[in-house]
Design a protein around this ligand. Sequence first.
Ligand SMILES: [Ca+2]
Ligand SMILES: [Ca+2]
Length: 546
Amino acid sequence: MHPGLRVSTGNRGPGAAETSSPSPSTPERSFNQVSKSVAEHGPTRFPCSKLKLDNLFLQWLSLPESQKLVLNLLEEAKQGKHLHGPVPAGPLSPHSAGAGHPPTFFNANTPPLSPSKVRSPRSPASPSRRSLSSSLRTQITGPAAIPQFHFPNGKPLSKEHTLAVQSKLDHLFLVYPQGLTVPAIKDLVKQVLELPSVLAYPLFSKLVVPSASMVTRDAVESWLQRHKVLQSEPVVRLFDILRKEGLEYVSQEDLKSMMAGILLSHPGLEFLQETPEFQDRYAETVIYRIFYALDRSNIGRLTLRDLRRGDLLEALTMLDNEEDVNKILKYFSYEHFYVIYCKFWELDSDHNFLISQEDLLRYGNHALTYRIVDRIFSQAARPFASQVQGKMGYEDFVWFILSEEDKSNDLSLEYWFRCVDLDCDGCLRSNEMLYFYEEQLHRMELMSQEPVLFEDVLCQMHDMLQPAKEGVFTLRDLKRNRHLAGTLFNILFNLNKFVAFETRDPFVVRQEREDPTLTEWDRFARGEYVRLAMEEEGEEVEEVPF
Ligand SMILES: [Ca+2]
Ligand SMILES: [Ca+2]
């Protein structure tokens, strides 16, 4: 029993007279004073005593019998029954011997069900108390008092919506009584699910029974009900269509039937139908690009959260409405694929679809240093998917080129940060930066260029990026200035881009002003496509015999 509580009962018993004038410093005395003042001024005046009372109350309330008692009383109160006080209370009950008050539950001195606490959801009560309060509140007011706003299984459909969907399905199966083929599923996807029609292909694969050629109404209705598809938002529907049944993520494999559908149906890709090999390469590239942008945890899986944060649904919607696939810069541009693939092909001189360290050194007209290429091949930025010792595969190259040609996005900053952070302590320190810069200095000397001192470079970077701690760059510092941060990496390991930055190529500046909505990658891909296309045409012209 708490020593103070014993005195507060007011029923002091035979020994009470002996302590009628206790020293003010005794616990009994101080508690008495506090109790009196609390009664007069309310508990807020004495936060310590309030805390103590709260603790005692919580202790009492945590007893199973106390909880049962409170719930029973509330039930009785709801039924309008007369309330009886708690029967001979437990040792910690503040009512154990009421000071002349009738022992009713809603006594003014009773701390637990303070109306303000019950009413205020923001009361800083402990979780156990809050959850109990909320369950009590539900019992007092009844569930109808708070309208339901969270629907873990999707918001129920209105009657009108249900009827409209039913009527669309009736109409669809009236037109296709045997079942739905892909073109018919496109109607389902567009009209009922309100999603881009290219999703008809993965949906067909998902719903069709093996060896059947059509999807039955039963299969459609059972899928709609099982996943509550119509109640969910469009991105959840997209996720449900793409993922395998029972799995909570979308894999690269899962995007293949969507890509097959796009290649079959998009007018901007018709010309590829004669070269199935390039169809495969295009599909592969788009999938890698989607994962590069969306798979933020870099685990080869897209969760619903990744899809929500990303823009795949918007890009697919554009595919439905835009005949020129090259205008869809996000993932689907054929020209972007062309540039990536040609760059890979140029480096892969023996065409075994693998790139060696020496091959990568030739990238961008020998732009990169040995040291950074070495770090890439030590898989510091990202483990290679190639599965061949010391060789970079096509997927690895896609990651590399997207990061190399656009150093202004979070993903590429992370990629290069991991390469330069030699000791993996989350900070780029001057010794690490100098390790990479030394090679740049050496190359400048070889090219008879006036070398830029490391100290000057570091100063310039400080001014530009203003790191929180002097002499140390964290990923956070870089992301705070993501449009300038790429320059730091170019200075450290890409000589051509460093020189371009130093001389501030007016052509690049003009390009940037022309269309500020384009990313660095978009500008690079556009320029390279024009260059590669001219080269190709030039070769054809050369082949014409005069
Ligand atoms: Ca090769
Ligand atoms: Ca470091």
